[in-house]
Write a protein that binds this ligand. Structure first.
Ligand code: GTQ
Length: 351
C-alpha cells in the first residue's frame, strides 16, 4: 500500500509542473516580499581616502579624462559588487580631473551631484554657466542638462559624484547623448544663477529653469560652514544630528533634486550622539575634523573612525550614532525625496 502523498511532495510537483509556464507560488516568498521591516542587502562600508587616493592617481596615469569620458572610481557597496551601486537606489564615485583636461560635454536623465573633496580650480559647466570648484562646495547637474568638466588647476581635483543611476535603471527610463561640442560655450557669467536664485530672492517673472531641480547649481561651502558654525555657537545642538541643515531648492523649499536630498552637519567637539535609523540609506563625505560612527543592524555591529575626505555609507534601517571628540563637518546625501514622494519615509530617533 502506498502512503498518501505528503503535502511537500504534492507542492514540489505543482511548482515544477507550473514553472515552465512562468508561474511561481507566492506563499514561498511572501515573507521576503513583504518584510516586517526593511532588510537591506546593503552593508555599511568605509572608504579611507588614504587608501583610495593612490588608485585615483594611478587611474590618472592609466587613462585620460577624455578617453574615459568620466574618470571615476565607483564606490561599490561590498554586498552589491558589479552593480555600480552604493545602496540599492544610489550611485557614488570619486572623479579625478588633472590640469588641462576636459571631460567632454554630454547629458543624461540621471541627476548628478558633485561634492568637492580635494583641490581647487576645476570647473563644471552646466547649461552654459561655469562653476569653479572649491573643497566643500556642493554642485548640481540637473537631469538632461549638458555638462562638461575641465580643469585649469595646478594639481589634481577630486570630487564625489552622487547620481540616481540605480533608480533610473530600475525604472528603465534612461536616455543619454553626447554633445556635438567637447566643451560648452560659456553663455552666462559665473555666479549668475547664484545671484538670481541664491540670495533669498528670485527674479520677478521666472519659470523654474530646470523643472523640479534647483536653479542654483553651486552651493558654496563658505556659506554652509558659516551657518553651521553660527548655529553651533548660538543655538541648541540636536542630540542625534548635532547641527544639521538640508540644502534646498529655493523655489520650492524642497530637496535640490527630485531624487536626492543633501545635507551638511557639524558635530561639535565632545559630541556623543544618540542613535537613529531611517529608511533612506545615506552616503557621507567627511569635510573636516575627525569622528566615529557606530552602525548596528540585528546582531551586526561596525564602528568606523573617519577623518577628512573619507567616505562611508549607512544603509537603510541600520541604527547609527556619531561621536566626535575633536568636532567635524559631514556632507551627506540620500534618496529621501523619493521616500517622501511615495509617503513611505520613516525615521526613528532612539534614546
Ligand atoms: O560626470 O557626467 O560618476 O555621467 C557617472 C556618470 C559621473 C558625469 C559619474 C556620469 C558622470
Amino acid at each position: 500500500m502506498n502512503a498518501p502523498h505528503p503535502a511537500a511532495a504534492l507542492r514540489q510537483q505543482l511548482y515544477s509542473d507550473m514553472s515552465p509556464f512562468n508561474l511561481t507560488p507566492l506563499w514561498e516568498v511572501l515573507h521576503a516580499l513583504v518584510p516586517p521591516q526593511p532588510s537591506s542587502p546593503c552593508v555599511p562600508a568605509l572608504w579611507k581616502y588614504e587608501q583610495v587616493r593612490p588608485f585615483l592617481m594611478r587611474a590618472g596615469d592609466a587613462i585620460t579624462a577624455e578617453e574615459a569620458v568620466r574618470r571615476v572610481l565607483v564606490l561599490e557597496n561590498p554586498a552589491l559588487r558589479g552593480q555600480s551601486s552604493i545602496t540599492q537606489s544610489l550611485y557614488a564615485g570619486l572623479q579625478l580631473i588633472l590640469p588641462g583636461e576636459v571631460a567632454p560635454s554630454h547629458r543624461h536623465v540621471q541627476s548628478a551631484l558633485r561634492f568637492i573633496v580635494e583641490g581647487s580650480g576645476a570647473y563644471t559647466a552646466v547649461d552654459g554657466e561655469r562653476t569653479t570648484m572649491q573643497p566643500g562646495d556642493f554642485i548640481i547637474t540637473p537631469s538632461w542638462t549638458f555638462h562638461d568638466h575641465g580643469s585649469e588647476a595646478g594639481g589634481p581635483v577630486v570630487w564625489l559624484d552622487g547620481l540616481d543611476i540605480p533608480i533610473v535603471r530600475f525604472l528603465d527610463a534612461g536616455f543619454a547623448e553626447n554633445d556635438t561640442r567637447k566643451s560648452q560655450t560659456v553663455a552666462r557669467a559665473e555666479g549668475t544663477s547664484l545671484a538670481r536664485f541664491g540670495s533669498n530672492m528670485a527674479p520677478v517673472r521666472h519659470e523654474a529653469p530646470f523643472g523640479a531641480t534647483s536653479p542654483i547649481f553651486s552651493y558654496p561651502y563658505e556659506r554652509s560652514r558659516d551657518a553651521l558654525q553660527k548655529l553651533e555657537r548660538d543655538a541648541p545642538v540636536d542630540a542625534w544630528d548635532g547641527v544639521k541643515l538640508r540644502y534646498i531648492n529655493p523655489l520650492t523649499g524642497g530637496s535640490p533634486m527630485p531624487t536626492m536630498a543633501t545635507f551638511m552637519q557639524r558635530l561639535p567637539a565632545g559630541f556623543d550622539g544618540k542613535p537613529w535609523r531611517q529608511t533612506d540609506g545615506a552616503v557621507f563625505s567627511v569635510v573636516e575634523g575627525q569622528g566615529e560612527v557606530l552602525i548596528e543592524h540585528g546582531a551586526q555591529s561596525q564602528r568606523f573612525e573617519f577623518g577628512p575626505r573619507d567616505h562611508f555609507v549607512i544603509p537603510s534601517w541600520h541604527t547609527a550614532r556619531f561621536k566626535s571628540a575633536a568636532g567635524c563637518v559631514l556632507f551627506s546625501f540620500s534618496d529621501r525625496p523619493v521616500h517622501q514622494a511615495l509617503g513611505i519615509h520613516h525615521e526613528e530617533r532612539l534614546s
